[in-house]
Design a protein around this ligand. Structure first.
Ligand SMILES: Cc1cc2nc3c(=O)[nH]c(=O)nc-3n(C[C@H](O)[C@H](O)[C@H](O)COP(=O)(O)O)c2cc1C
Length: 249
């Protein structure tokens, strides 16, 4: 349709990289493009930490799973939602910062995600590949200690980047009629139609998982989601965020 649509439609996470380094000028251009993402009230409430130190990388890779690609990727980034600059602005102007509100948590987290997705797309436009790493939230306190992340900032996710050494198949997304509705939440799609469409998607995902290059499994989308939603994931996040004074009221 056009090169941007083509690029977005060809996204797939990459977890294996060649040894070729990512040129510094390319990396800087990618980060600058990422910074152009929309940002709530222009707060730009994020900080990206690039981690080159091999020892720290190994520790983060282990804490995240282990996930070997965190150690091996030419570039590894940690994206922090960050309100510290905003607090300094208040200090400078004699205002008392109102900290710990849920809305600030949403604003900073959304800003960080928009920046990161822009960064991924910019990287892909340069022929790089990558993968987000939510695994860093397995033990976010340790990540904060390792990377000296202060209160009023928290690590949302990591990202591996590099020149791809694999060509994974594109993972099929939900049919658009389930995601895009007209006028109200339920739109015009009946429950029966929705169930029928999901039956089809389950089959599509089952075929994908049975036939992709690696990590083959016999699973449908709904069986995967049932497994995911019936488990408690990272129950420490609430107390972690409260401790960081990030989300207390
Ligand atoms: C916030 C976030 C966290 C993720 N965390 C991980 C992770 O820790 N490890 C991993 O291998 N993939 C991770 N992924 C990648 C997803 O598994 C992947 O995007 C999803 O399965 C869709 O596949 P695709 O990106 O190849 O289209 C994460 C993705 C997002 C958006």
């Amino acid at each position: 349709m056009n090169p941007v649509i083509d690029l977005l439609s060809s996204h797939r996470s990459v977890r294996k990289f060649t040894d070729k380094p990512v040129e510094e000028s390319m990396f800087q251009a990618i980060v600058k493009a990422a910074q152009c993402a929309s940002t709530s009230n222009h707060v730009q409430a994020y900080t990206i930490i690039r981690i080159k130190d091999k020892g720290i990388r190994k520790q983060i890779a282990d804490l995240s799973g282990p996930q070997s690609w965190v150690e091996q990727a030419p570039v590894f980034l940690v994206f922090c939602a960050d309100l510290t600059r905003l607090e300094s602005a208040c200090d400078m102007h004699g205002e008392k910062a109102q900290n710990g509100w849920a809305e600030q948590f949403v604003v900073a987290t959304v800003d960080t995600a928009l920046l990161a997705q822009n960064l991924m797309v910019a990287a892909e436009s340069m022929g790089l590949g990558g993968v987000f790493i939510g695994g860093i939230r397995n033990d976010p306190e340790k990540i904060c200690k390792l990377l000296h992340i202060p209160d009023n900032a928290y690590p949302v996710f990591g990202m591996c980047l590099g020149h791809p050494d694999q060509e994974p198949a594109i993972k099929p997304r939900l049919p658009i009629d389930l995601v895009l509705k007209e006028e109200t939440f339920h739109g015009t799609l009946g429950k029966k139609d929705a169930a029928g469409i999901l039956d089809g998607y389950d089959k599509t995902m089952q075929d994908y998982y049975l036939n992709r290059d690696s990590n083959l499994k016999d699973q449908t989308w709904r069986s995967q989601m049932a497994d995911f939603m019936s488990r408690v994931t990272r129950p420490h996040m609430k107390s972690f965020l409260k401790k960081k004074v990030f989300f207390i009221r």
